[in-house]
Design a protein around this ligand. Structure first.
Ligand code: NAP
Length: 257
């Protein structure tokens, strides 16, 4: 990616799950547009690699190792980010997981851990961001952009993953509710629901006969490219989205048609 236009100059963007897949890409795209990026995930070595890819292109950021299910680690990551770059005004709540096993075999703990990472942590990270934005006053809070990564699974019952689908439907409604709560402060909260893109979360399955059959059944018989969410992400992060809040933006290449 070349460094050219800078649509997010002056912004401080925190991306959870930045050590791989979509989060890695989101962090690179935000940095390319001038945002200072704060990279959160548990695997520090992977975060350092992503950070190096950003700084090698002239971007700026920091790695903050963090398990997003641990409240004290989330608060500490926001503290570090604020100390280094100022108040975080853009959050990409991207960390997510799927559970092993079909619903008949799934334990209560397995179900709960999906909800913990995919829903409770999204709430905790959004709350931490909003507290700080609102405390900083309207000039800062009006730049607030919280983007929660949901999924087509919020709307479509994807085979074999009820916990995942339930968690993503919860993210869409949590987004709408938080958007309403924080609207008068200018903090916009939206969700982005991608269709299938090959990453660590699904690449093994996509290569199975069942995965190939699913791809063959989509309208365009394909999964999406790595860059397919870039523009939607940038729009929702930008000043141009100041009148957009409580919305779920579906970018799925027609996979759910
Ligand atoms: N790929 C798709 O087709 C697709 C489609 C729709 C929605 N999504 C959503 O997009 C998001 C990113 O998924 P992906 O496809 O990029 O999958 P991925 O490559 O498996 O990335 C998941 C990320 O979440 C992080 N993570 C998981 N648990 C965490 C925890 N407790 N604390 C901190 N970070 C944690 C992982 O980092 P560490 O392991 O280093 O902590 C990793 O960076 C997820 O919310 C997923 O549901 C993906």
């Amino acid at each position: 990616m070349a460094l050219n236009s800078k649509r997010l100059e002056g912004r401080v963007a925190l991306v959870t799950g930045a050590s791989s897949g979509l989060g890695r890409r989101f962090a690179q795209v935000l940095a390319r547009e001038g945002a200072k990026v704060v990279l959160l995930a548990r695997r520090q070595d992977r975060l350092e690699e992503v950070l190096a890819s950003i700084t090698s292109l002239g971007g700026s950021g920091m790695a903050a190792p963090c398990d997003v299910t641990r409240e004290e680690q989330v608060i500490a990551a926001f503290d570090l980010a604020q100390e280094r770059f100022g108040v975080v005004d853009t959050v990409i709540n991207n960390a997510g997981m799927n559970a092993e096993g079909g619903p008949l075999d799934q334990s209560r703990d397995a179900f709960a851990s999906v909800m913990d990472v995919n829903v409770t942590s999204v709430f905790m990270v959004a709350r931490e961001a909003a507290r700080r934005l609102i405390a900083a006053g309207p000039e800062v809070s009006e730049r607030g952009r919280i983007i929660n990564i949901a999924s087509i699974g919020a709307r479509k019952a994807l085979a074999g993953v009820p916990a995942y689908c339930a968690s993503k439907a919860a993210v869409v409604m949590l987004t709408r509710s938080l958007a309403r709560e924080w609207a008068r402060h200018g903090v916009n909260v939206n969700s982005l629901s991608p269709g299938y893109i090959s990453t660590e979360i699904n690449s093994d399955w996509l290569n199975t006969p069942a995965g190939q059959k699913m791809i063959g059944a989509t309208s365009r018989r394909r999964i999406m490219a790595e860059d397919s969410l870039d523009e939607a992400l940038l729009f929702l992060s930008s000043d141009g989205a100041r009148f957009v809040t409580g919305t779920d933006v579906v970018v799925d290449d027609g996979q759910t048609l």
